[in-house]
Design a protein around this ligand. Sequence first.
Ligand code: G6P
Length: 363
Amino acid sequence: EQAGKGGYDHFMLKEINEQPTSLAQAVEGRIDPENGRITLEDLGPGTFAGIETVQLVACGTSYHAALYGSIALNRAGIRTTAVLANEYSISAPPVDDGTLVIAVTQSGETADTLSALRQAKLEGARTLTVTNVVGSTAARVATDALFIRAGPEIGVAATKTFSSQAIMLVLLARRIAADTQSDPPENGEALLAELAGMPDRTEDVLATSDAERIARRYHDSRSYFFIGRGLGFPVALEGALKFKEITYEHAEGFASGELKHGPLALVTPETPVFAVFTGEEDEKTLKNASEAQTRGAPVVAVCPAGHEALEIADGHLEIPETNSTLAGLFANVQLQLVSYHAASLLDRPIDKPRNLAKSVTVE
Ligand code: G6P
């Protein structure tokens, strides 16, 4: 087992550090350098013709990637909802043959997700899975499969597969738009260049992260809040999930604007707030973070250098200046590292948290 960790103390840290490679593999060969079109192996052009709505079904971390993807799909002009797979049987929006149901699942074996996928198929939806495991049940049940090619993930808490799923869904949004719209959004040279530069910039984030120092400063707090808006919201949810999974401390993620609608009652000097800034309505998120700070909470800003949030922030986790579609994924890497270091300082069994399983095969 030690050998498999490649010199790292834990699989989780190894897998966090593998993201420059796993992200490159997710994108590799899927963007035509000639025209910026998204090519998805055997899902040739026109595969998604006739799709009117998309439903993403998933659980846990994959659900957060699905939420990320649903925002990207909606922004590409495709009507999309993300539904928790375990709620699908009683809360699913209606489907027909113009509905594409996408099961987002790292393992391809999560019972809740498979059950939603099977139900959707039975009701006449078209189906696709975004998964890491070739030959998994999801890949066999869904009509089509897209593999994120992240390589095996051993740590129970998902890390590299989240970012790869999110990127895959960003690519898929562009591709479904191209197949279904007469005037799809431009592929945007800028976004494509940013995607190409992502592995190197992730490498920089990993090499220069201040997450260990931040974790050291705050790891004996009472509760931890994570806030973000737009694509920063699923990142905040994921930041909190990661934190609670491996530190056993209470953590919650909120849409930044929701803080004032209830959670603010919990805020004290004992509740650090990690605020994710993705370059979308950052001034509003800053106002929300300031409201928490006024009540005594330390604020850690996850934002680029020189950002206005740094005028008030008590701590800083730096992300590169980038397109808002990708900013959240850099922020996510920083939050993964904070969780890891906090759990390490608290001496938790990081790779195998109590009561959790890598893949839950019962409903
Ligand atoms: C379990 C794991 C989570 C994971 C979830 C969904 O609960 O502990 O880390 O996010 O299953 O797994 P999947 O394989 O469907 O992505």
